[in-house]
Design a protein around this ligand. Structure first.
Ligand code: ZN
Length: 300
């Protein structure tokens, strides 16, 4: 029987699941609410219920799962902002005991980055950085084909790079982080200050596309600061490629020019002339491909 693999991207709101074949092709994928997973008591039965929805195969070779938060090397979710009840949940051990197969657990932003290298915009690069822009900003760093983890597994917290120490307050308690300038939440705040209107980033994008000057200004400013963040990354790591994903990346068309302006004004000419800043190609499936790529990397 051909081998199959279950890959799960457990986000704060939605859980995406894909069944992959050995070649890394998705055979079937579906989406469900993350709510049943949030209670640690029900976590395992929720996983089981989802996997049983794929009835064609009774056995599978591995399960790979992405979760927001800090994950230890032995697959314990130490802390997850989206699943506050999970304190030190032994995700890897629990699933392995239940299904008797290898289980891989990784931070979801890191899986986004691996996915872009496996089948997305960074396919041709062995060193690159991925940035996810949604409500917050996350990211991950791949150098010479390897995901950079750091001493505590916390490397790649790009959203909390300080752009300006006197800048707006960030959710982390610091001031002037990239997340406080360029995240969906930051755009919402900037729009509120400019117009008094409380709009989601997607609505601001719609207005900007229709020519609304204030909405365009919000995107320009956010994108310019993102460009500064990218300059800092490239100045330190000398990566030839940056991939931008997450919900806000669908607005890449109106952000690209300002991103490149911020980048150009804060990096060396040689980087500006050569570094590619690309939009994610895999959209919301990046982390699923990354979960498959993780199985390949860890089992070879
Ligand atoms: Zn911060």
């Amino acid at each position: 029987m051909a081998k199959i693999f279950f890959c799960i991207d457990l986000g704060g709101t939605n859980c995406k699941i894909a069944v992959f074949d050995e070649e890394g092709t998705i055979i079937k994928s579906w989406k469900t609410s993350s709510k049943p997973f949030s209670n640690p008591e029900n976590f395992l039965s929720a996983i089981k219920a989802e996997l049983l929805r794929f009835e064609e195969f009774k056995s599978f070779s591995a399960i790979s799962i992405g979760v927001p938060g800090l994950i230890s090397a032995d697959g314990v979710v130490v802390v997850s902002p989206n699943f506050p009840e999970w304190k030190e949940l032994k995700v890897k051990q629990l699933i392995e005991q239940e299904f008797s197969c290898p289980v891989y657990v990784e931070n979801d932003a890191n899986l986004f980055v691996l996915g872009e290298g496996f089948a997305g915009s960074a396919k041709e690069y062995s060193s690159y950085v991925g940035i996810t822009i949604g409500t917050g900003i996350g990211g991950g760093i791949v150098i010479d084909g390897r995901l950079l983890k750091g001493a505590k597994g916390m490397a790649g917290e790009i959203g909390h790079m300080v752009i300006h120490p006197a800048g707006p307050e960030c959710g982390c308690g610091n001031k002037g982080c990239l997340e406080a300038y360029s995240s969906g939440l930051a755009m919402k705040r900037q729009m509120l200050q400019l117009t008094g209107l409380e709009l989601e980033a997607i609505e601001i994008y719609g207005l900007a596309k229709r020519g609304d000057k204030k909405a365009q200004k919000v995107f320009e400013k956010s994108a310019y600061h993102l460009g500064i963040g990218i300059a800092n990354i490239v100045n330190i790591l000398d990566v030839p490629c940056i991939v931008i994903g997450g919900g806000i990346s669908s607005a890449f068309d109106i952000m690209e020019e300002s991103i490149r302006k911020g980048f150009r004004e804060h990096t060396f000419k040689i980087h500006f002339d050569t570094v590619k800043i690309l939009q994610s190609q895999l959209k919301d499936q990046s982390a699923l491909y990354g979960a498959f790529s993780l199985i390949e990397k860890e089992s070879s």
